[in-house]
Design a protein around this ligand. Structure first.
Ligand code: ATP
Length: 361
């Protein structure tokens, strides 16, 4: 039996807005699940329904097999870390972390032992006497996490916990959150709009759009086996390149270059006259020629040096694509280059439904 079960969960706000549609998910004990998607897709609403901060309009939420729809937030044994940290400004770091246990009337000695242990894990030992205003953003965030994990709860919810930090702090805190999860083994649901955070932290990712789940899977599955155009474009940085075209004699055109789709999909005649989306990842190409690949010659518009690799923006006819190349192989701007896309690195999607086409079938 799953630890948390969400069965056909819907949220309709009092103004009639249907924010979450038929959300189905089972979460195992100890799993780290990330909800990811663009702003407004319903991630926070779903998290808040799990926390008991928002009513579930219909559907059923179970904790350990027991219906929890009507349980209050405390009864659910869930702790939440918010984007805004929500620390008490007049209280020291020690008191902020201890707060949940103090409220419960836990013995002072036990509180002290637990606060010190958690401060050690989070690198806050030297800051216990400070007020939140005398801390950096990253340190405040660690206090907020400490305050949540000091209560031994079953589930740990985090809503965009890193969004107030700068890029470097985010990387450090991401690592720390992964470490805390390894050390505590707490079931965690984490909301973010950042696909890198999702990919690096999650055991499983739930990709959402417009209130609907698009796909649930491991980071590997989402990257290599995206089920639709949205997931393929959302996971991966830079995003997957898409070329939309109509199949004529088994062929679509990249600019003025014909791509014979039967090489990828022997049964392409089924799609004759229909729209197809041809997808390939910027990092899925090779410069020059190679076997079992589509070969394309095009013009370099712009290059972006990122360190060990470089994004090359190319233009073929009316279509633009990004290629990720080793920086040592960076072509000149305005040069004509040839690159290859191995058939294995090509994804085909139905142009109408935007669902992936099974090319093995
Ligand atoms: P973000 O990343 O911007 O926080 P999100 O994916 O977490 O986005 P939600 O906050 O869950 O999105 O909001 C989902 C949708 O529900 C949005 O379109 C939002 O405008 C709407 N919404 C949120 N709260 C309410 C409310 N109280 N009443 C009506 N609509 C709401």
């Amino acid at each position: 039996m799953a630890y948390l079960t969400l069965k056909n969960i819907n949220k309709i706000y009092p103004n009639g807005f249907h924010a979450v549609h038929n959300f189905n998910l089972e979460i195992e004990k100890g799993e780290f699940v990330v909800f990811v998607g663009p702003s407004g897709c319903g991630k926070s609403t779903t998290l808040r329904m799990i926390a008991g901060l928002e009513d579930i309009s219909n559907g059923e939420f179970l904790i350990n097999g027991k219906r929890a729809n009507e349980m209050g937030p405390r009864e659910r044994e869930i702790a939440m870390v918010f984007q805004s940290y929500a620390l008490y400004p007049q209280m020291t770091v020690y008191d902020n972390i201890a707060f949940g246990l103090t409220l419960q009337g836990v013995d002072e000695d036990i509180i002290e032992e637990r606060v010190k242990k958690i401060a050690g894990i989070l690198g806050l030992t030297d800051y216990l006497d400070r007020l939140p205003r005398a801390l950096s953003g990253g340190q405040r965030q660690r206090v907020a996490i400490g305050r949540a994990i000091i209560r031994k709860v079953g589930v740990f919810l985090m809503d965009e916990p890193l969004s107030n930090l700068d890029a470097k702090q985010r990387v450090t805190m991401r690592y720390e959150i992964a470490q805390i999860h390894q050390n505590t083994g707490a079931t965690t649901i984490y909301v973010t709009h950042d696909q890198t955070e999702a990919m690096t932290l999650a055991d499983r990712i739930v990709v959402m759009k417009d209130g609907y789940i698009q796909q649930v899977g491991t980071p590997y599955q989402l990257y290599f086996e995206p089920q639709n155009v949205f997931v393929a474009g959302f996971i991966g940085e830079p995003p997957m390149n898409f070329l939309k075209g109509t199949v004529k004699n088994g062929t679509i055109h990249f600019g003025d270059i014909p791509l014979d789709l039967s090489k990828k999909l022997p049964s392409i005649q089924k799609y004759e006259g229909k729209d197809i989306v041809f997808g390939f990842r910027p990092e899925g190409i090779r410069l020059g020629s190679c076997e079992n690949a589509y070969e394309i010659t095009c013009n370099v518009e712009l290059t972006e040096m990122l360190g060990d690799n470089t994004n090359v923006y190319v233009n073929a006819g009316s279509d633009r694509a990004i290629l990720k190349v080793d920086s040592h192989d960076t072509p000149e701007t305005d040069a004509d280059i040839t690159f290859s896309i191995p058939y294995d690195s090509v994804y085909l999607f139905d142009g109408e439904t935007e669902m992936v086409i099974d090319c093995k079938g």
